[in-house]
Structure formats: C-alpha cells, structure tokens
Design a protein around this ligand. Structure first.
Ligand code: GLU
Length: 421
C-alpha cells in the first residue's frame, strides 16, 4: 500500500489504511502492524448448486478469518452480487476490532457468497447455503469460527447452517452459528440487537452533545434488519421523528414524520419503501443529504465519501452499516463538528447479543429478554464511555479512539501469547 494512492472503492484498502494510521499513532512495531493488516486465514470455495430448472450453476464463496488472538472468530455471512474477497477481508478485520471494542472474547471473521438472493427461490438459497457451509465446514465450529447473519441472510439461513453442520457430525451443535430462530437455540432479542445497541449509543452521544432525543429527526439509509428495527426503536422508545428512509430502490421523506411500521408493511407488500402515501420519493443521495439530527447509514460500504461528506446536514452519524464512511470523509466530518459513532462501536449490539446466544448455547441455559436487554445496555454504554473518554483525552475522533482501544487489546493479546513457535 505504501506510496500507492488508496482506492476509495476498495473497503480492504480502507480498512488497512485505518489500521496502519492508528497502529502508528499507538507506536506499535511495524511487524505487529503487518500482522494486523493481514487476515490470518482465507478460504475461497467454488461449488455447484442445482437450480430449480434442473441446470447446475457454479457459485463462489469466501470465509476469511482475520485474527484469532482473543478467541474464536466471529462474523456474519453476506449474500450479495458484489461480494468480493477484498470486501470480505475488510469486513473480517472490522469484526476483530468490533469484538475487541466490546471486550467480547472473539476474533474477527466474515463470509460471503457472490449471488443475487432476490432472484433465487427459497429452495435454491437453501441448497446454496448447505453446500457453501459444507465447503467451509473444516474451518468453522463453536470453538473455531461462528458465523451469523449479515446483508441478505437471516435466521432461516442460520437454521440451515446449524442443521447442515450438525447433520454432518451426527448431533445438534447450536453453538456453531448465531442469529438462529428462537425455537432452535436462538437468543431472545437477537433480531433487533444491532438496532437496540445503536439506539443505546445514540442516547449516550445525544447526552454528551446536549441533544434532546425526543422529537429529534432521523434519516435512515437501508430498510433491512438494521434500518427497520432502528426506525422502530428510535420512534417507539426514544420518541424520535423518522423523516426519511431508503432501500436499494430509492427513498421517501416526510417532514411530518413516517410511521416505521407502516413503511415496513408497505415494503413487504410492494418490495420497496418508495411510493408511499403521504411521503415524497427521494433518491439515495438525497437521503444522505437530508437535514436531520441523526443520520444512520444502515446499508453498504463507501456511501459517505469525500464528494458528498460536505453536503451532510446531520449532527450525529451512527453507523449501522459496516464501513459506510471513507477516511477522507471522516476528516471532513470531523472538521465540520459532526460526531460519527463508528461502525465497530455503533453496530456492535448485533455481535454482542450473538455472544450472549453462543454462551447460552454452550450452557444449554436460556436468558429472559430483560436480561439480554439489560446486559446489552450495560455493555454498549460502557463501551461508548470508554471510547468517548479516549477521544476526549487524545483529541481524536470516535473512530480513531475506538480503533486505539481495539488495537491495543488485540496487540496485548498477541504480545502475551507470543509468536509461535
Ligand atoms: N453481521 C453482523 C456484524 O457485522 C453480526 C455479526 C455476528 O453477530 O457475529 O456485526
């Protein structure tokens, strides 16, 4: 990477850059930085799937384990036509930092399959999932690497993963994957966990910025699992006004506020949030530039870049997505005084409740929803306070502070374990 200009569209280059910058700031040895910027293990699999019409099509999938100094690897599986090895590498690295920021005993991993689930039948998705899991099964497991949902995968996908892994071993192994349905070992509160965690850190951020959340305006990019639950929770539990939302087809806005549940039902019915009665259609770009108190990118990477960062009119950005902001945009936003709650903190509620689910699976003992919520609240609040404290004392933005905390923890674990042999 040295001397080469960073490709704004390559998330792995972005992740490496962020890691190198903070590594230097922390005064880490170059050897250690080299270790931390490379995934420890990468697996690419090409495999056949029989389609409904009888033809067989080849698919390509990945599972990348970035770092396992602090525990087994953890991270979701993404189904998307634009999945690439570099994207999965970046996402795996971010998982390492996310788990370290939260202090949960996992390293980072991520998986992905290049496919368009919107154009596939349930049967095709099931066969693809089962074959992909079989292909990567030698490197996953409850003590090795524990997948979870991500973009366009859900609790049903996790059920197939658990079943496939278990069938090949002859007994049920719920701890191999998290985000499962409740009936087969899932945790209460996992489906909304990312968004609930997001709401908890937004509350803390609003406190330090002296912003009243009740009546505060919110714009959300993405209306999948994270975006929709965030809209619902911020509306119902924090009293916020949702003024704009979008999905991959476009967005809608209403200065009077949208009803998140009505928008959800409309999307279920029509396939998109657009063309909703009482709201005006807008584009994805319009959404990011909406005047609001809180902007939540909850879709994909690289959406807030140097070309649009200047046009953002929010006071707080809470990253529900992984990697939505490029390093150049970060600088612009910092100079504008916009607080960015970084992905590795803001959306860590998902992996935190995944950790709770894994613990419950290993113990075969299940928690109440109240217990899940109160432990999540405690961990998110504590993580925010620690990161905010570092940002204040070091005069850096929250992302740099979160990276400093995470990288210190991972580096310390590696130092204690030593370089084998
Ligand atoms: N895919 C989610 C994330 O990016 C959840 C990962 C997990 O629960 O392991 O954090």
């Amino acid at each position: 990477m040295k001397g080469k200009k960073m490709d704004q569209n390559n998330p792995y280059e972005m992740a490496v850059k962020q890691t190198e910058n903070v590594g230097k700031l922390l005064g880490l040895d170059q050897e250690l930085i080299d270790f931390l910027t490379k995934p420890q293990r990468e697996l690419t699999v090409n495999f056949p799937v029989r389609l409904d019409d009888g033809r067989v099509r080849m698919f390509t999938g990945f599972r990348v384990q970035h770092n396992f100094a602090r525990g087994p690897c953890k991270g979701g599986i993404r189904y998307h036509p634009n999945v690439s090895l570099d994207e999965v590498r970046a996402l795996a690295m971010w998982m390492t930092w996310k788990c370290a920021v939260m202090g949960i005993p996992f390293g980072g991993a991520k998986g992905g399959v290049i496919c368009n689930p919107k154009e596939m039948s349930q049967g095709e998705i099931e066969r693809m999932t089962r074959r992909y899991v079989t292909e990567i099964s030698m490197i996953i497991g409850p003590q090795k690497d524990i997948p979870a949902p991500d973009v366009y995968t859900d609790s049903q996908t996790m059920a197939w993963i658990m079943d496939t892994y278990s069938m090949n071993r002859g007994y049920m192994i719920p701890g191999v994957v998290t985000g499962k349905p409740l009936e087969i070992g899932g945790s209460k509160g996992r489906d909304e966990a990312t968004s609930r965690g997001l709401m908890y850190v937004i509350r803390e951020a609003a406190k330090v910025k002296n912003i009243e959340l009740k009546g505060a305006t919110v714009a959300i990019q993405g209306y999948g699992n994270v975006g929709w639950h965030a809209a619902r929770l911020l509306h119902q539990e924090a009293g916020c006004k949702i003024v704009a939302v979008s999905d991959s087809k476009g967005g809608i806005t209403s200065r009077n506020g949208l009803d998140p549940i009505k928008v959800y039902e409309h999307k279920q019915k029509t396939g998109s949030v657009q063309n909703m009665e009482g709201a005006d259609n807008i584009t994805q770009e319009d959404l990011l530039e909406t005047e609001c108190t809180i902007l939540i990118p909850a879709a994909l990477e690289n959406v807030i870049r140097k070309d649009n960062a200047n046009k953002i009119r929010a006071e707080i950005i809470a990253e529900g997505a992984n990697g939505p902001t490029t390093p150049e945009a970060d600088r612009i936003l910092f100079d504008k005084g916009i607080m960015v709650i970084p992905d590795i903190l803001a959306n860590a509620g998902g992996v935190t409740v995944s950790y709770f689910e894994w613990v419950q699976n290993l113990q075969f003992y299940f928690w109440s929803l109240d217990e899940v919520k109160s432990r999540l609240l405690q961990m998110m609040t504590e993580a925010f306070e620690t990161v905010y404290g570092i940002a204040r004392s070091q005069n850096v933005d929250l992302r740099t502070a979160a990276y400093m905390l995470a990288m210190k923890r991972v580096a310390r674990a590696m130092e204690l374990r030593g370089f084998y042999p």
